[in-house]
Design a protein around this ligand. Structure first.
Ligand SMILES: CSC[C@@H](O)[C@@H](O)C(=O)COP(=O)(O)O
Length: 340
């Protein structure tokens, strides 16, 4: 399954606000189109927004007059980074695609940026497959009934997924028994998107309301929790979809292993702890309204933190393409990826 299709003159995004009942492709031809799609969560998930942003800048390089690309694109790149604040993949991908300008011959900037964006996208797929292999072997030792949160699959990446990639690989290896999917209020990435992907793959699952997780653990339904990440600090503190922290606390209380699956591009080794990670706060309307329809009394207020930070000490292991990092993370992540 692919939610991102690209050509030099356009980026097509499978609109994730319409899934699973409508399949609508959105065509982007400018950086602004891509920026708006990221903000509106028509494309979402840390690696997917990074790749989309890279293509957005390549499109902008094609649209700008050739003699203005080098002077004007850096400002567009800085703006693109502000589309969403928490997932560091966005900032990394923007920097990486912009670095193509350094080597591009004059007049060939757009082609160079497009080629770099394609490389980012293709690397994401290969990385996710490797995370899947590494994680499937590791997680299966705990058992085959896995709880996951949000959507970390093909829709959240260029293809295959991170945490959901681990589940895909376990399914292929015959070690996955059942997936419990948190619905993931308020956008329902679990109930809408993860359920859609699991159904397509024929993987057995049940959706749980977010508040069921603790009792499901108490009832002995869950062997391990596997989630994705939007930014991981040097000490292993991990920002991910709101609700992840509660799951980690519950897993710790019940003695259930709790794993994060993420690529190198989700690590932010410039941050020493999760306290430094910017947490996106989205519109209260997304909580007081149900996909546009009011559910709370008129005038009711809400706080809509889109992410939380799980302290590294609650994380059993971080599954990456280079292997599984174990606590203490400052040492293990540096060993796997170097200090930079
Ligand atoms: C491989 S996706 C990892 C994370 O980006 C995912 O768990 C998540 O929190 C997505 O949040 P979203 O707000 O839907 O973009």
């Amino acid at each position: 399954m692919r939610a991102i299709r690209y050509q030099p003159d356009r980026l097509e995004l499978l609109d994730q606000t319409r899934l699973p009942h409508e399949t609508v492709w959105l065509t982007c031809t400018t950086a602004e189109d891509v920026y708006r799609a990221i903000q509106a969560m028509q494309v979402r998930g840390a690696p997917a927004i990074g790749a989309a942003a890279a293509f957005g800048l390549a499109l902008e390089a094609r649209r700008l007059p050739a003699e203005e690309v080098r002077s004007r694109l850096p400002e567009v790149a800085a703006w693109m980074k502000t589309a969403r604040p928490t997932a560091v993949n966005l900032m990394q991908a923007v920097d990486e695609v912009m670095s193509a300008l350094d080597e591009a011959p004059r007049g060939a900037e757009a082609d160079a940026l497009y080629r770099r964006a394609v490389a980012i996208a293709e690397r994401d797929i290969a990385t996710n497959r490797r995370i899947g292999e590494v994680g499937a072997e590791w997680v299966a030792r705990h058992g085959g009934r896995i709880l996951t949160h949000c959507n970390t699959g093909s829709l959240a990446t260029v293809e295959y997924g991170t945490a959901l990639g681990v589940l895909r690989a376990m399914h292929a290896a015959g070690t996955l028994k059942h997936v419990y999917v948190d619905e993931t209020r308020p956008y329902l990435q679990g109930a809408r998107l993860t359920a859609y992907e699991l159904k397509e793959e024929g993987i057995p699952f049940d959706i749980l309301t977010d508040s069921t997780a603790g009792f499901a653990m108490k009832l002995g339904w869950i062997d391990a929790v596997v989630v994705g990440a939007d930014r991981i600090a040097k000490n292993g503190d991990t920002a991910n979809k709101i609700g992840t922290y509660s799951l980690a606390v519950l897993a710790s209380y019940h003695g259930i292993p709790f794993y994060v699956a993420a690529p190198r591009t989700t690590l932010d080794l410039s941050m020493s702890s999760g306290d430094e990670i910017p947490i996106e706060e989205r519109s209260a309307d997304e909580v007081t309204h149900w996909f546009g329809r009011p559910v709370a009394p008129e005038g009711a207020t809400a706080r809509h933190l889109a992410f939380d930070v799980t302290p590294g000490h609650l994380i059993t292991g971080i599954i990456t393409e280079a292997g599984v990092a174990l606590p203490p993370y400052e040492e293990s992540l540096t060993r796997l990826f170097g200090g930079g």
